[in-house]
Design a protein around this ligand. Sequence first.
Ligand code: PEP
Length: 257
Amino acid sequence: MSDNKNEKIIIANWKMKLGFGDSVKLAKDFSDKFADFKEESKTVVACPSLVSLSEVKKVLGDNVKMGAQNVFWEVQGSYTGEISPNSLEEIGCKYVIVGHSERRKHLLENYAMIHQKVKTLLSSSKLIPIVCIGEEADDRKTDRRDYVLMNQIQQALGGVNIGGDQKIVVAYEPVWAIGSGTALDPEEAKYAHKIIRLALNDMFGMKVVEANFKVVYGGSVTSENVKNFSDLEDIDGLLVGGASLDADEFLKICKNI
Ligand code: PEP
């Protein structure tokens, strides 16, 4: 991620969909297919499973950066099973997803934890946090979406110091759209991204938001619907789950955003 405010960032989240061998295979495929992908204004990131990170890094190639799917809020200590930001950096990660809705649901990760993680990442590492927010289907039905989004942003990032060349990605992922096969309607996406940007501007000031933040959309993006998101103001990229498990499909998405 650079200082170019027109740069798009496209993140592949392989979740826990692939074993070790298949993750390395897919990384090789990414490396081949993305070898000629030299669009300067686009950054591509792949987030494989934790156990495959080191090996994936060896085969990923130069055009795809590596990210992790989770991290802990301390850098060292008695935290059995947890992942230090320092270790992620050591093996070549540049990005890390924080507070994905699947972790919020299955592991009860909450915004207090997400806040701690972001703070530690910014103060103790050079990793770029990809902070996930997004409303549930019920919030949308009952017109609470704007409040939910602003509240999540406030809890995750309130009081966090961001300056200099520190970068942060906010991923707007409506929970109901993830893995559902139904992406957000472009008009609604445009509106939600406007709300998010206004909330960030309010907290950090427009200049900092322009220079240090990217806001991306995630939820059932495919090569078929990617064009819906490509020209939308305030959308700086995409977080892609299912469709990132096929290198050709993901390349099409990256070319068309
Ligand atoms: C995700 O995992 O963050 C995601 C957006 O998944 P999908 O593209 O499959 O909806």
